[in-house]
Design a protein around this ligand. Sequence first.
Ligand SMILES: *Cc1c(COP(=O)(O)O)cnc(C)c1O
Length: 360
Amino acid sequence: MFNLYNKYIFTPGPVKMYESTLKLGSIQTPYFRNEEFSQIVFECEKILLEILNAPKGSRVLFLTASGTAGMEASIQNLLNTEDKALVINGGGFGQRFVDICNIHNIKNYNHQINDNNLKNTEELEVYKDATALLVNAHETSVGILYDLESIGKFTKKYNILNIVDAISMFITDKLDMQEQNIDVVITSSHKGLALPPGLTMVVLSPMAIKKINPKHQLYFDFNSYIKDGERGQTPFTPAVLIILQLHDRLLNIKKEGISFHNNKARDIAEYFRKEIEKLPLEIYSNFMPNAMTTLSPLDEKSASDIVRDLERRYNCVLTPNGGELKDKVFRVSHMGDMTKEYVDILIDALYDYYKISRGE
Ligand SMILES: *Cc1c(COP(=O)(O)O)cnc(C)c1O
């Protein structure tokens, strides 16, 4: 047995998976170039479009890759050298969008921000000649959820293609393509959807579909995915088992309702934040998503030491930060199959670690 097993998982991807997902992970991978598998893909697409409230005529592309491939493929397929992208850069993932633009020679405004959720978009007015906006709805490196309503109003006003990396907030936080004026949603299997890593979905509105560049690459050519998707297939071998797991998960989410899942994550996040109030830890961001809590030590302890100790002594896996935030913050995810009982394991571990009693 690897020592990787049997840990309590509080990382923002991969996240704790549901029992039925784990069961499906152990079956023989079926052949997929047939009608039966096509129906599964069609149903996944249909439910995804429903829970995203996507505009009529939107499509879902299923890419076999991690989330960053969805970010890069979207830029390669939807933007060209005539475009000017406005990147909302509030941390590591915003910077990744800037890096992708630069590698592919896409002109870009790099708008760096800190502890600002852009509820007020006045500061974006200077970029109104941009043709596309790139934002990570939840900037996972620091735990900031941007105000997608305000950003959507801004992009609509100036006819800017609104490309949203929703990877770390889909399912746990509100995402609505029509209400929030979103043209492209990028999401991935191993965050809020609570599946293994390896599948990334790009959802395109009809306006985004019109912008797809002519074919200039093979594997991630969106035109091929659109065309093969019409018969419920992908151009190349997909992550078959993850698609089966996705199908199972989506049926459940549809049955329970997406707002049930948003609320469940909110309740878990609020419970955790309330229960740790007595500890010498401070909430790091003013604009936290339901998906995750970012904490900063109030005492002399280093955040990365806390993460190391919690894993060694209590088997609870949290996420440290790198760079200049290494000692300042760590992160606790609320995505996936979370219950209060499961979160209690971490809360009790933290109280024991600080040798403070949890009760009154
Ligand atoms: C996890 C994540 C990604 C994708 O990272 P991969 O390692 O490629 O899966 C992209 N954007 C955000 C905001 C993320 O949290």
